[in-house]
Design a protein around this ligand. Structure first.
Ligand code: GLU
Length: 483
């Protein structure tokens, strides 16, 4: 590792919500810093006052907090740095790397229209702005508005991208671009470079839609006499149809996934695999493992695919693998919101709730799944799942008879323990000459209404004797009714 202390930044524009693509970029910058002992910075690029909103800035903070991506220094607001942007632009004029351009908007418009009429792309020819020095001085003295344009030198601009390796652009393809508009506001490329230099950024990691900006930015670094950072351009994120991820593909805001019951660690894990692979087929990683394994040399070039099914799977993995204490604060509010319990009830029966949720979480992919599976344990009445009934209660008279018999052997048990229940029901199976499953599966439907649940004795124990027997009796009654 280099001796340079890494300083990286995430630099979102607060013009909407925190998009999953932005969150992925933030995550990779954060992982790099946590891995290499670097400093992770947040810069809100709010120079576009018309489009930037406080609400969007808040959504960015919230999304990053939720994902656990903490930044190390005070947030930098780009809009507050405009004086420095202007100073840097004027310094470039003074050093001859940039020049004042008094061309009016009307002239530019006309030149653009002429180029379009010739079916040519408009290219700014620096001679347009060239006037004798005396005239330039006079215009300046008269207070005429001007933009500041960068004087793109001859040659070519190249860098060794951490992801894409060597990238080279001939400078002749780059127009003398504006760095400061005539109203004194900086353009993106200039503001970013001025800020990245001031913030001591050593590695710029961002989406590869910015690759075409990088040569301009490198030219600015060189002209300002600043050391170049490294660059890493992360692959785009596509939907499963291979098209750029957009709202057509479903939720694209990080906040939406929070509300859909996705765990933050699962979301982070899923995002980490969009453009990075730790190798060895490793996919499920908790936060510390993700940091330990993160390797910027294993960033991928090809577009990543955002597959919501995989996110759901990942969520299931995290639901079952995280410490229970990390899962409960996410699940309990969902149970309360579903009207299944109250915080007071959870507090009063904490061990019972812990056992229940610990048993259910290994079979759930989402918090919604968990809520659904917890429902029969928290309500008096249950709903029978039609598929489970069709499958496990197909022979109604025989099922009715077996469930009646099961209730009969369970009711007299002096102790409501798994061992006692198992003994009684297995003996019943033997006496009836059926496999134990022939009794357990219909019982599961009778007790929970569902086709999947924790082990049948765990279910019986969690429900308690009274409720369990009442459900068996209710099933027997139901099976006796005409279909
Ligand atoms: N505000 C820019 C964006 O959101 C930042 C790009 C960069 O990291 O330089 O795309």
């Amino acid at each position: 590792m280099s001796a340079i202390h890494p300083r990286l930044r995430f630099a979102p524009s607060p013009t909407g919500y925190l998009h999953v693509g932005g969150a992925r970029t933030a995550l990779f910058n954060w992982l790099y810093c946590r891995k290499h002992g670097g400093t992770f910075l947040l810069r809100i690029e709010d120079t576009d006052k018309a489009r930037s909103t406080d609400e969007s800035t808040r959504a960015i903070f919230e999304g990053l907090h939720w994902l656990g991506l903490d930044w190390d220094e005070e947030v930098v607001y780009q809009g507050a740095q405009v004086e420095r942007h202007q100073r840097d632009a004027h310094a470039l004029v003074a050093s001859g790397h940039a020049y004042r351009d008094f061309t009016t908007a009307e002239t530019l418009e006309r030149l653009r229209a002429e180029a379009t009429a010739r079916k040519e792309p408009f290219k700014f020819d620096r001679r347009i702005a060239e006037y004798p020095q005396a005239e330039l001085d006079a215009r300046l003295a008269a207070g005429e508005p001007y933009a500041i344009r960068f004087r793109v030198p001859e040659g070519s601009t190249a860098w060794d991208d951490l992801v894409h390796e060597r990238i080279e652009f001939p400078n002749k393809d780059i127009d003398d671009f504006v760095i400061l508009r005539s109203d004194g506001t900086p353009v993106y490329n200039h503001a970013v470079v001025s800020d990245d230099i001031a913030m001591g950024i050593t590695l710029v990691m961002r989406g590869d839609d910015h690759i075409s900006n990088t040569p301009k930015q490198i030219l600015l670094y060189q002209a300002l006499g600043a050391a170049l950072p490294q660059f890493a351009h992360l692959p785009m994120i596509h939907g499963t149809d291979g098209k750029k991820l957009s709202k057509r593909h479903g939720a694209t805001a990080v906040g939406d996934y929070q509300h859909l019951g996705i765990l933050p660690s699962a979301m982070a894990n899923f995002l980490a695999l969009l453009g990075w692979s730790p190798g060895q087929d490793i996919e499920v990683m908790m936060r510390d493992e993700m940091i330990a394994r993160f390797d910027e040399h294993k960033l991928l070039k090809k577009a990543a695919v955002f597959d919501p099914k995989k996110l759901e799977w990942m969520n299931g993995q995290h639901l079952s693998k995280l410490p229970l204490d990390d899962v409960l604060p996410r699940v309990v509010p969902a149970l309360v919101a579903a009207g299944l319990t109250t915080d007071a009830d959870v507090a009063a029966r904490a061990p019972w709730f812990r056992t229940l949720l610990d048993l259910l979480r290994v079979r759930a992919r989402t918090i919604d799944d968990l809520v659904r599976q917890a429902t029969p344990f928290l309500r008096d009445a249950i709903e029978y799942d039609a598929d489970a009934v069709a499958k496990q209660w197909a022979d109604r008279p025989a099922t009715r008879d077996l469930l009646d018999a099961a209730a009969g052997v369970l009711a007299p048990l002096p102790e409501w323990t798994p061992a006692a229940m198992e003994g009684a029901t297995r003996t019943l199976a033997e006496v009836r000459g059926v496999s134990a499953g022939k009794i357990f599966q219909p019982m599961r439907v009778a007790l929970t209404g569902l086709g999947v649940s924790p082990g049948i004795f765990e279910v019986l124990e969690l429900l308690g004797k009274e409720r369990a027997l009442a459900r068996l009796h209710a099933a027997v009654r139901r099976l006796g009714e005409p279909v």
